[in-house]
Design a binder for this molecule. Structure first.
Ligand SMILES: [Fe+2]
Length: 299
């Protein structure tokens, strides 16, 4: 038996870009899927974008990337690229169809800030932590995580996931039905939920990132230090929007929102919504939250 060789990711990414530049969107999407099967985080897309932007002026790339998405390569990374190319093409409405926080970002309380479950969860979520200093493939910096909470049999965590699932499914049910919208039509048939705790100290923060292996993601705040009351410096706040250095803004098609954490608050967003957090800059208190993802379950 012979096997087709696995494509080298960097070479494959450039090949996929060449296919797209030749107008062969279906072949490009098929190769991109093969690369995604090797690297589910799609980190090779940087080389793909580099070649596209080298070969063609940025304002002309939108129809090509739209064709790639329409050919089935539909995921947070391609939606992010599609929004960027829409902005480069001077099509703010096409960008907002993917990026509008007024339509797609939900910030709502799961329960009040004095709910008795919170100290119990704070204690549970502070156990078995793993420290991350500056991992190359994660957005966290100088913080602690406990992964795979969905696999834990703790009744407290099972109840937490049940409540988050109810909230996430309600959010999804209220999303509009628009067959032409690449994000909305990419809703998986079978949904799964997974999550991890994040315990933040003075320096912990997250650099701008998206969640490439899910469709929707969110955060649930469990313990929030008093320092987040500072609405000027915004310590520990969540910023949802494009990284500042990309030059995107509300006018050209990608607005931002700042979210002040409070215990019991849940934020839900599409997984292509890039976001980041600011450090607390206070050594004596911790912020504890649960990051979670709604992802496609295999049939
Ligand atoms: Fe995140």
């Amino acid at each position: 038996m012979t096997y087709a060789p696995l494509p080298d990711l960097a070479i494959g990414a450039r090949h996929a870009a060449f296919l797209l530049l030749q107008g062969r969107a279906a072949a490009a999407a098929e190769l991109c899927h093969r690369l995604q099967a090797i690297d589910g985080r799609i980190e090779w897309i940087g080389g793909f974008i580099d070649l596209l932007t080298w070969a063609m002026p940025r304002p002309q790339l939108y129809p090509l990337v739209r064709a790639l998405v329409d050919a089935g390569f539909a995921n947070p990374c391609s939606f992010d690229l599609l929004a960027a190319t829409a902005i480069w093409a001077g099509k703010p409405e096409a960008a907002r169809a993917l990026t509008d926080p007024a339509r797609f970002l939900q910030v709502a309380a799961l329960h009040g800030p004095d709910d008795p479950v919170l100290p119990l969860l704070a204690a549970e979520l502070s156990r078995d932590l793993e420290h991350f200093q500056q991992p190359s493939s994660r957005a966290i910096r100088m913080g602690w995580r406990r992964n795979h909470l969905e696999q834990d049999e703790s009744p407290l965590l099972r109840q937490m996931f049940q409540r988050l699932q109810t909230m996430a499914l309600d959010y999804i049910a209220r999303l509009p039905a628009e067959p032409d919208n690449p994000f909305l039509r990419a809703r998986p048939d079978r949904l799964g939920l997974r999550g991890w705790s994040v315990v933040s100290g003075a320096e912990t923060h997250h650099v701008s990132h998206l969640h490439p292996k899910s469709w929707v993601n969110g955060v649930y705040y469990v313990a929030v230090p008093r320092v987040v009351a500072d609405a000027v410096e915004k310590p520990g706040w969540l910023r949802v929007g494009p990284a500042v250095e990309r030059g995107f803004n509300a006018e050209n098609g990608w607005d931002e929102r700042w979210i002040q954490p409070q215990p019991g608050l849940v934020v839900l967003m599409p997984s292509h919504f890039t976001h980041e957090t600011r450090p607390l800059n206070q050594a004596d208190e911790r912020r504890i939250c649960v990051a979670f993802e709604v992802f496609a379950q295999p049939a």
